[in-house]
Design a protein around this ligand. Structure first.
Ligand SMILES: Cc1ncc(COP(=O)(O)O)c(C=O)c1O
Length: 348
């Protein structure tokens, strides 16, 4: 493939491997249209721009900073709403109370690839005339009742960062429902160019190059195997942790195809006998790298903590879970020995 790219002298801007990747990705993900970006952050920025979102955007603080940053970059105000304990996604029952005359959109996150309540969110969005943009960075290949979660809402974004279950080293995408929206988004990720001499909007540069497109095409062949192996790791973790007091984790949800991108556990210090940080740093000192995703909450960073909705009193579930969570090491190449090394910190 590399030789072909050099020979063609076409290394970026909608090249042959890019086009193949778009097609293959639509088929794999069961979505009608996709536009592939150079990372998973710029699709969020571009989604808000494409839908002309203004004013306030409702989101959750329990995510990667890029979710809220994208709202800020568009000159909008993030409004934080608490999450549900069973998915770490936005709590639909708390959305209406956060809506004001300035609200124009909701940006929920399928955190850890756990699908949020898409129907309930859409009902609220329809009632108030709001747009819905899903940050589905973690939800590659996730399906509910055989349908991709990426088809919900107005737009959905993906990240193909190296740490994700499917990756193009760096990369991301926007999934849309119709050809016209795809065309506009393709313009927006190419500086707003709609032809050689016409610029229709202040777009950004987020075009995917040929080398990473080719890499992505190759990687797509292995993603099912990677997911199956991760499922095995998740099963091993679950079997061993099921009866450990003070350690909670997610089981598979009925009718959901999970992608096992992360394996978060929640440590209740009183029942487990150690705080999350005590066990986290013990692991770290021994070279076992868990991740405190997502701690601290986005709402506690200096840019956002002054917002009225950032008050921890408004966010009790997110605040508690951010202090309890550790994502255990998760990779399709983890050996049984590796898994046991991780479990030694939890199973006596
Ligand atoms: C929930 C979420 N949204 C957005 C992003 C941004 O993606 P990227 O790192 O590809 O820019 C990430 C990255 O990890 C993420 O976890």
């Amino acid at each position: 493939m590399l030789k072909e790219i050099w020979a063609s002298k076409w290394v970026t801007n909608n090249g042959q491997f890019y086009k193949q990747l778009e097609k293959a990705m639509c088929e794999y993900l069961k979505v009608p249209y996709i536009s592939i970006f150079t990372n998973g952050t710029l699709p969020l920025l571009t989604a808000l721009q494409a839908l002309r979102v203004t004013g306030e955007v409702i989101t959750t603080p329990y995510s990667f900073v890029a979710t809220t940053h994208s709202i800020w970059w568009n000159g909008c105000q993030p409004v934080f709403v608490d999450i549900k304990e069973d998915t770490c996604g936005i709590d639909p029952d708390r959305i209406e109370a956060a809506i004001t005359p300035r609200t124009t959109a909701i940006m929920p996150v399928h955190c850890y690839g756990m699908p949020v309540d898409m129907e309930e969110i859409q009902t609220i969005a329809d009632k108030y005339g709001l747009k819905v943009i899903y940050d589905a960075a973690h939800a590659f290949g996730v399906e509910v009742n055989g349908k991709s979660v990426l088809n919900a809402g107005d737009l959905a974004t993906l990240s193909f960062h190296a740490t994700k279950v499917y990756n193009t080293l760096e990369g991301g995408a926007l999934v849309m429902h119709d050809e016209q929206t795809k065309k506009r988004i393709d313009y927006l990720k190419n500086f707003g160019f709609a032809g050689e001499t016409e610029v229709v909007a202040p777009g950004i540069n987020s075009k995917m190059d040929e080398v990473r497109s080719a890499y992505g095409l190759l990687n797509l062949k292995y993603v099912d195997k990677a997911i199956a192996k991760r499922q095995h790791v998740a099963q091993r973790y679950r079997e061993a942790l099921r009866d450990v007091p003070g350690v909670r984790f997610f089981d598979d949800l009925p009718n959901v195809r999970h992608n096992y991108i992360y394996f978060p556990i929640f440590v209740n210090a009183e029942e487990f006998g150690q705080t999350r940080d005590e066990v986290y740093f013990k692991m770290k000192d021994a070279g076992v790298l868990g991740r405190r995703y997502f701690y601290p909450l986005i709402s506690s960073f200096s840019t956002y903590r002054g917002l009225p909705s950032a008050n921890p009193v408004n966010l009790p579930v997110a605040t508690r879970l951010a202090n309890e969570v550790i994502c255990l090491p998760m990779h399709h190449d983890l050996s049984d020995e590796d898994i046991n090394r991780v479990l030694d910190f939890f199973v006596k």
